[in-house]
Design a protein around this ligand. Structure first.
Ligand SMILES: [Ca+2]
Length: 510
């Protein structure tokens, strides 16, 4: 089994072993498995949408996507090619990435689906957004679907007065969050709790501005709510609050976790912690991620990368996130202010360290913020958003990553040069980088024969200059090439470089 490691990773496949010299092997063997494995950074083939995917949910092998789109198309197809109509809602096979027949049309009002969440048993999918019709029938921004037959439920059909931006399920309760002020004609300001058959429950909390994320922690006596708000139940509480699961009373307020101009855009949890992603405006913003402990609401760590975080999902000790990070200068393992925006990141949950996992999207459409939503489907990470490329290749609004296979090769090393000396040739080049392997092996060939295989750590923002001194017969002529291996994939070889070592001076000189 292969291990991907945040600090160092060696994969010694048979072919790589054959290539490595004994000396290189000796140095390679010092690395030990430490820290977390990440997924690979190589996207799996996935269908696409022609507009923004705002929400993803997973149930029983199916990924449901909601957003603002009209059509879907297969991987590799350009916009306008091989399109199939899907109005703001589509279902895909989580393992193959292929379109499934399950379809309903969401339209009218804001013409968008913004929130999807499955019931704990996966039998029901709750769908929220801002729409006034489903399949041409009247609806008001929230409906439910029986996942087995893809049929809309007749009982869960509440009248919600505005946007639903977040849905969470816990036991027999469905929490809705958003911009609304009434549900079924009853005052429910920005958050409401309903029964699975659509009845409004007594749970009442008064939040002054939109709710954007909800994660239930009923095992710890609370429901954690994030958004834009500044006031909760008559108290000054900004962006993050824990409410009692059945009454809506304030349980925790997380004082000073978020500055005034930062909103919580995403919440997720595992057994121990909850995680949030934030988006801020102006100076002193907080755009990053926080891990908090569920048991006592203590702050575990706060990663203040700049570039608003839209989505967070914990999986096997790693917090995956979607953002447009451009400065992670204060995050362990991070990078300083950079023109390049990095749209996917992975933090170690144990210590916040930025792990070596750098798949990327562009900003894309709408607000050009790249990923908007992420969810684990078994062991596959799905991401949706407004991007139109993934790892610099065309792919719109949906992508996904798994533990393997690693198929992405590093690029050939740039700036290869040779400096002849007496009985020697000094090769210099710049380190390459790989999206999911920190330590790369440089395969140096003289006249087609491997002569050395030094290793070097690199990232896209830190690519050291490297050199190798080759000892040859004075006056001899040689052709050098360099290729780069991530342990499984090898780059093309660099352009052949022909160089003559300086001849030794004659015994009597000139
Ligand atoms: Ca790789």
């Amino acid at each position: 089994m292969r291990h991907r490691n945040r600090r160092t990773r060696f994969v010694t496949t048979a072919s790589a072993l054959a290539l490595l010299s004994a000396a290189a092997l000796a140095s390679a063997s010092v690395s030990a498995a430490e820290g977390e494995d990440t997924l690979t950074a190589d996207p799996l083939a996935t269908w696409q949408t022609d507009g923004v995917v705002w929400s993803l949910a997973y149930a029983h092998g199916v990924i449901y996507a909601g957003g603002s789109f009209d059509k879907v198309r297969p991987p590799g197809a350009k916009e306008g090619e091989k399109e199939v109509a899907r109005k703001n809602f589509a279902a895909f096979d989580a393992v193959t990435g292929k379109l499934l027949p399950c379809t309903h049309t969401f339209s009218g009002a804001g013409d968008t689906v913004r929130a999807l969440e499955a019931s704990p048993d996966g039998k029901v999918l709750y769908i929220g957004g801002h729409f006034s019709e489903v399949d041409g029938q009247g609806a008001a921004s929230a409906v439910a679907l029986d996942t087995a037959g893809c049929t809309l439920r007749k009982d869960f059909r509440p009248t919600v007065s505005s946007y639903v931006r977040a849905i969470e399920t816990a036991g027999n309760t469905v929490y809705l969050g958003g911009d609304f002020s009434t549900v079924e004609g009853q005052i429910r300001k920005r958050i409401a709790a309903l029964s699975p058959d659509g009845k409004v429950l007594p749970f009442t909390a008064d939040l002054d501005r939109p709710v954007r994320a909800i994660t239930a922690a009923t095992d710890h006596g609370k429901v954690i709510v994030g958004g834009d708000f500044d006031e909760v139940n008559g108290e000054e509480v900004h962006a993050l609050v824990a409410l009692h699961p059945s009454t809506g009373a304030t349980v925790s307020t997380y004082h000073r976790w978020l500055p005034t101009y930062s909103s919580v855009k995403s919440l997720a949890r595992d057994k121990t912690n909850f995680y949030l992603g934030a988006e801020g405006r102006g100076t002193g913003v907080f755009d990053g991620r926080i891990a908090g402990r569920l048991a006592d609401d203590e702050l575990v760590w706060k990663d203040d990368c700049l570039g608003a975080t839209q989505a967070v999902v914990p999986y096997k000790g790693v917090l995956y996130s979607g953002s447009h990070a451009h400065n992670c200068g204060r995050t362990p393992g991070g990078f300083g202010e950079h023109k390049r925006q990095q749209h996917f990141l992975a933090n170690s949950i144990a210590d916040e360290t930025l792990l070596h996992w750098f798949p990327d999207t562009n900003g894309g459409l709408d607000e050009s913020l790249g990923p908007r939503t992420m969810v684990m489907a078994g062991d596959i990470l799905w991401a949706g958003g407004e991007f139109t490329t993934v790892n610099d290749q065309p792919q719109q609004s949906l992508t996904r990553f798994a533990a393997g296979p690693d198929t992405g090769a590093p690029e050939a090393p740039p700036r290869v040069a040779a400096e002849p000396g007496t009985g020697r040739v000094t090769l210099t080049w710049q380190a390459a980088w790989d999206r999911d392997d920190a330590t790369l092996t440089y395969l140096i060939y003289r006249d087609g024969v491997l002569v050395a295989s030094p290793t070097q750590r690199s990232t896209w923002w830190d690519r050291p200059d490297m050199s190798y001194l080759d000892t040859v017969a004075p006056g001899s002529r040689h052709v050098y090439t360099i290729a780069v291996s991530d342990g499984e994939n090898v780059s093309p070889r660099s352009a052949p470089l022909s160089v003559s070592a300086v001849a030794a001076a004659g015994p009597s000189g000139e």
